[in-house]
Design a protein. Structure first.
Length: 313
């Protein structure tokens, strides 16, 4: 899509609106943005480059108010998410959007990724985007949680896990895995610190991502957002199955587990092919007990992965 050339000059009434509503608010909005994200941010918007995309509505007559509205909408959502997720979210945004610049620009992807507007990260800048023909429409929605998460997730990164996966681990796994670990340790008659639960997040992420990219349609589309929750459920299912087979009550069974799982490590992993079952299973290798599945069945029948644990002992 060829960009329209910038306007050479705005009409007087429009210049006044830009001055009164945008220029006079910019410094305060930059301060609010910096305070929300805990780092120095700037806002870079060129009204002359934006105005040629106006229609007969809001943006044509009140460009300064329109720009201010887009920025205030982004600020609202960033503040909401920073309050919701805390310093981890701020650190993620500051790292991914390394230029610490918020801007407003045209959505150039064809076909457009959004109906009216959205956001992305380009050259380290967080860009509020409007779709051609819709400048000034739905300005408050461009950086809402789903769109901002998708933008941060799609940004180039050297880290082995995506933004969505990292966020899910903090929200869905870390607060609850201690309980599953304590349950398993209690069944084994051991202190929790002597039992290791290894989620293998990076290896699982790589395997699931590779399967999706290879065209495996059995891998669920929401696997990134569920990576943490499903891994937790595999461990919770392991605790449930160990309780069901009376590991905590039958000394012979408990000794059998302790002997077979000599490392006291219990891990989750994805594998190319299962040995014993269709959806998920457990296996013991080198003193480590693995609950495992193939990428295509990740998240299916999670409570049953260790159902045949007795057969592996």
């Amino acid at each position: 899509m060829a960009r329209l050339p910038p306007a050479e000059k705005l009409p007087l009434a429009l210049r006044k609106n830009v001055r009164d509503e945008w220029d006079n608010s910019k410094a305060d909005l930059e301060k609010q943005l910096s305070d929300v994200l805990g780092a120095a941010w700037t806002i870079d918007v060129n009204p002359l480059a934006i105005w040629p995309y106006h229609n007969d509505g809001y943006a044509k007559e009140s460009l300064g108010s329109c720009i201010k509205g887009y920025v205030e909408g982004a600020l609202y959502h960033l503040k909401y998410l920073a309050d919701k997720h805390g310093d981890e979210f701020k650190n993620e945004v500051n790292t991914i959007c390394s230029a610490h610049v918020l801007t407003l620009d045209l959505e150039e992807t064809s076909p457009p990724r959004f109906s009216y507007g959205g956001c992305d990260v380009q050259d380290g800048q967080l860009r509020i985007l409007f779709v051609e023909g819709n400048l000034g429409s739905n300005i408050n929605d461009c950086c809402q949680e789903d769109k901002l998460s998708a933008a941060l997730n799609a940004a180039p990164s050297d880290t082995p896990l995506s933004f969505v996966a990292r966020t899910a681990i903090r929200a869905d796994y870390e607060p609850r895995i201690g309980e599953a670990r304590a349950q398993i340790a209690a069944l084994l008659g051991k202190p929790a610190e002597e039992v290791t639960l290894n989620p293998n997040f990076e290896a699982s992420f790589a395997a699931l991502e590779a399967a999706r990219e290879a065209g495996n349609s059995d891998v669920r589309e929401d696997w990134q957002s569920n990576l943490a929750a499903f891994t937790l459920q595999y461990f919770e299912g392991l605790a449930y199955q160990m309780k069901a087979m009376q590991v905590g009550e039958d000394e012979m069974v408990r000794e059998g587990v302790l002997e077979a799982v000599s490392s006291n490590e219990y891990a989750f992993r994805t594998v190319d092919k299962l040995k014993y079952e269709t959806y998920c299973e457990c296996d013991i290798e080198d003193g480590v007990l693995y609950v495992q599945c193939t990428p295509g069945y990740f998240g299916t029948n999670v409570n049953d992965a260790a159902a045949k644990l007795m057969d592996r002992l």
